[in-house]
Ligand binder design. Structure first.
Ligand code: B4P
Length: 182
């Protein structure tokens, strides 16, 4: 089974939901840059205060902040991991490469969770997080198309990408993901 994984997909596709299930079932480290940033916001740290303003506008937090968080978490991890919501643009993907080389590990599989915009918007509006109002959601979708979607080609080119259709119940999507790991 593949154990060094990355989730790609638009906001609201279910990356966080599926990452929780997959990591619990398989004993992987779940590394969500969104969750880690929200933890900094709740703690009221200087970093969190900086990140909160950016997240509430639907923009991406600066690469240097996100990278320093990821580097700390990945160091010394050998039981397998799932990167959820990171990398978010080509620069982050390029910075991840030397970081992984330094710890002697590599990505084994990239799973892209796909879903139509209309369903994404409905799901996020019903989730109701502070960055989940319609204007901000539409902006996050644009940021995804412009900055994150180029990663699909990047990882497909490396022969690492598999596509998972996210338009089903949580259990069905989880089964699709589990089947893709072998
Ligand atoms: P994230 O925390 O990564 O969250 P997300 O993309 O909005 O949602 P996700 O796809 O995880 O959906 P979820 O499972 O919750 O990003 C938030 C912000 O953090 C970004 O906008 C950015 O500012 C910042 N950030 C994060 N990483 C960054 C990085 N690397 N660089 C820079 N900035 C970064 O699912 C959504 C909803 O759908 C939930 O309510 C869930 O219950 C529901 N749902 C899930 N699956 C379902 C299903 N199958 N059926 C019905 N409902 C479902």
């Amino acid at each position: 089974m593949k154990k060094r994984l990355l989730f790609l997909g638009p906001p609201g596709a279910g990356k966080g939901t599926q990452a929780d299930i997959l990591c619990k079932t398989n004993g992987l480290l779940h590394l969500s840059t969104g969750d880690l940033l929200r933890a900094e916001v709740s703690a009221g740290s200087a970093l969190g205060q900086q990140a909160e303003l950016i997240m509430n506008k639907g923009e991406l937090v600066s690469d240097s902040i996100v990278l320093s968080i990821v580097e700390k978490k990945l160091d010394g991890q050998d039981q397998g991991w799932l990167l959820d919501g990171f990398p978010r643009n080509l620069q982050q993907a390029e910075s991840l490469q030397p970081l992984l080389e330094k710890i002697g590990q590599s990505i084994e599989l990239v799973l892209l969770i796909e879903l139509d915009n209309q369903i994404l918007i409905e799901r996020l509006l019903s989730r109701g997080r502070s960055d989940d109002n319609e204007g901000v959601i539409r902006h996050r979708l644009e940021v995804y198309r412009e900055k994150t979607a180029p990663l699909i080609e990047h990882y497909s080119h490396q022969g690492l990408l598999k596509i998972i259709q996210g338009d089903a119940t949580i259990d069905v999507v989880a089964n699709r993901i589990e089947a893709a790991l072998n």
